[in-house]
Design a binder for this molecule. Structure first.
Ligand code: ATP
Ligand code: MG
Length: 208
């Protein structure tokens, strides 16, 4: 008897994608013996915490570069090609339609998981996928959120702590500091080539 296909879904802004994302996806892939993990960059236009998010096409290509070497990692354009703001419910509905034969595992960090309960259609979300909450350094889930999590639909997974965030990678680039080894080599080079995350202020040339 053939087993149902298991597909992990890793949604994110990926501005830029970093090794925290990749390790989380890899751990969950192994843990649940997933056939595939699909990375789904969020669409444009989109405002995140008052900042301009990098064009979807750049974020998509960085995600492709970062995942290219892993035969179980793929990237989907479902959120990029849908217009308007990205909601996880739409991501899962679209993927469900494209992969009717698969069981979906939605992979999220602890911070994003806590937000799920404020999302639209939370009940339907749990019907569409199993949720996998990854521990993330600096994010402790409060008791109330933990209690609200339906134990049969959400599994918490402890992954090796990598205190890497896209926010920090952008800030480092803006300050002219390296992001080598925080993001894959190809992503370091992509950021430099396309001059993503430029310094907001020009450094003072005043030497006096
Ligand atoms: P930003 O700082 O811009 O919010 P981010 O580093 O949080 O970026 P996102 O694209 O927002 O990256 O995250 C996508 C998903 O990956 C979320 O579910 C998030 O919780 C998870 N994630 C991000 N970084 C880590 C990490 N270091 N360890 C585990 N999970 C992570
Ligand atoms: Mg985030």
């Amino acid at each position: 008897m053939t087993r149902r296909r298991r597909v992990g879904v890793m949604g994110g802004t990926f501005d830029p994608i970093h090794h925290g994302h990749l390790v989380a996806a890899s751990e969950v892939q192994a843990w649940f013996d997933l056939d595939e993990v699909v990375f789904v960059p969020t669409g444009d236009p989109w405002q995140k915490a008052d900042r301009e998010v990098t064009t979807a096409e750049h974020r998509y290509l960085m995600t492709v570069i970062a995942t290219a070497a892993n035969p179980r990692f793929n990237v989907s354009r479902v959120d990029i090609d849908r217009s308007g703001r990205t909601y996880t419910i739409d991501t899962l509905r679209d993927l469900r339609e494209r992969l009717p034969e698969a069981d979906l595992y939605f992979i999220t960090g602890a911070d994003a998981l806590a937000e799920i309960f404020t999302w639209r259609d939370a009940d339907e979300l749990f019907d569409l996928a199993q949720f996998v909450g990854c521990t993330r350094p600096g994010y402790e889930m409060d008791e109330e959120t933990l209690r609200a999590i339906p134990a049969d639909r959400v599994t918490m997974v402890e992954i090796p702590a990598l205190a890497i965030s896209s926010t920090d990678c952008r800030a480092r680039t803006q300050r002219g500091e390296p992001v080598w080894y925080l993001v894959p080599d190809g992503v370091v080079q992509y950021i430099a080539k396309h001059e993503l995350y430029p310094a907001t202020e020009t450094p003072s040339t005043d030497t006096g």
